[in-house]
Ligand binder design. Structure first.
Ligand code: UD1
Ligand code: UDP
Length: 379
């Protein structure tokens, strides 16, 4: 069986590592994987570092699309992906998550009647101001196999008219929806051990061994609205006032916004604060180790809020809603939007009362094997 995996953005390289590993371990002689990299992310620390560290096969096709407007980026990706699909005639195309790369891959494949496998299906924020919400809804509705990491994802799909359809013969008109568990749990478990052995990030970013909070911010709703960016960064300054260090690896979008002239006052305040460490994006092994040793995590990232949960760290989510509703319901994470006071309050609450119960919502760490098995046996 020949499958084409389409990736392009940081979290997709990491997710692809789980499936490539499962293919290597259990389907070496039965599934041939070809990787297309759209080039949506291209800096070394947003792309190559993951291929080098995580054992992902080198992409056979690098489309080099780069940063563009949404429609330009998605359209050019579709055109370039179509050429490869016509040439290679795969039995299935695998796409991950909800980026423009995901949508471009799903549309290009489905219009050629190639079954689309969507990993991380069914998640919804119910907020179509997020480009990701549009991408994930459309991708789900052209897919043949949909793998949801959570029970909530399956419920969302049912609410949109999907029905479980077991027993094979899946097609885009009769898709199969499966509760697979989360491949990012597979990855966190697998790489956490490796990170302990290989990563030197703590010596680099926290040589004095102080307690710290790990923070990442990259959503346009937080970075591109000056008021939101200021409010979140002010919250970091407030937290730092209490003597808590904050390590903030900056996504290139956030770095470039902070470098804009009208934000210079925000950047200056952060740079002057001895308790705040502004860093470049880090490798996944470094990230896992930083998460594992943090007191708490503040983030607007989908992946990072869940890794916080896997590693039993409270998360402050700098968004108004989340697709990972379970972790908020059980009180392990708090939704604070871009509100300075709410973030500070959540920090104080979690500092006083650390949650100690983390139910297993995301499977048992074997999601990738289940997915490969299902793809192989039902397409
Ligand atoms: C994209 C995804 C988002 C995901 C995130 C993961 C979409 C619509 N958004 O957002 O869902 O959470 O990736 O990180 O697909 N840039 C660089 N170097 C790079 C990559 C980006 O400098 O290697 C800068 C460029 O200025 C670019 C900006 O970051 O314009 C945003 O990149 P883009 O891929 O458009 O969106 P992300 O915010 O990364
Ligand atoms: N990540 C990383 N280095 C960083 C920041 C994040 O390796 O400097 C990892 C993180 O551990 C998670 C993934 O990237 O696995 C999440 O990607 P991101 O936050 O860019 O996107 P999202 O998950 O929000 O789509």
């Amino acid at each position: 069986m020949k499958v084409i995996t389409i990736v392009g953005a940081r979290p997709q390289f990491i997710k692809a590592a789980a499936i490539s590993r499962a293919i290597r371990e259990g389907f070496r002689n039965t599934i041939e994987e070809i990787i297309i990299h759209t080039g949506q992310h291209y800096d070394n620390n947003m792309s190559d570092v993951f291929f080098n560290d995580l054992g992902i096969p080198a992409p056979q096709y690098h489309l080099g699309i780069g940063s563009l407007t949404h429609s330009q980026q998605t359209g050019r990706m579709m055109e370039a992906i179509e050429k490869v699909l016509v040439l290679k005639k795969p039995d299935a195309v695998i796409v991950y998550g909800d980026t423009n790369t995901t949508l471009a891959g799903a549309l290009a494949a489905s219009k050629l009647h190639i079954p689309v496998v969507h990993i991380e299906a069914g998640l919804r924020s119910f907020n179509k101001n997020m480009p990701e919400e549009i991408n994930r809804v459309l991708t789900d509705h052209v897919s043949t196999l949909l793998f949801s990491p959570t029970d909530t994802g399956i419920k969302n799909l049912r609410a949109e008219g999907f029905r479980e359809h077991f027993g094979g013969n899946h097609s885009a008109d009769h898709p199969g929806i499966y509760h697979s568990g989360d491949i990012m749990l597979d990855n966190t478990l697998y790489f956490a051990e490796l990170a302990e052995k290989r990563s030197e990030v703590l010596q680099k970013l926290n040589p004095e061994g102080k307690p710290y909070i790990l923070a990442t911010i990259h959503r346009p709703s937080n970075t591109d609205k000056c008021q939101h960016l200021r409010s979140i960064m002010n919250a970091f300054n407030d937290i730092a006032q209490t003597g808590m260090k904050i390590i903030l690896p900056l996504h290139p979008r956030t770095r470039s916004r902070l470098n804009e002239k009208h934000n210079s006052e925000i950047l200056e305040k952060l740079e002057k604060n001895p308790y705040i460490v502004l860093a470049d994006p880090v490798s996944f092994l470094d990230m896992i180790l930083l998460e594992k040793n943090a007191e708490m995590i503040v983030t607007d990232s989908g992946g990072v809020q869940k890794e916080a949960y896997f590693l039993q760290k409270p998360a402050i989510i700098a968004r108004e809603e989340t697709e990972w509703v379970e972790i908020v319901k059980t009180g392990n994470a708090a939704l604070c939007g871009a509100h300075q006071m709410k973030i500070l309050k959540a920090f104080e609450n979690f500092a006083e009362n650390k949650p100690d119960y983390y139910p297993e919502y995301f499977g048992d760490g074997n999601a990738a094997r289940f997915i490969c098995n299902t793809i192989y046996n039902s397409l």
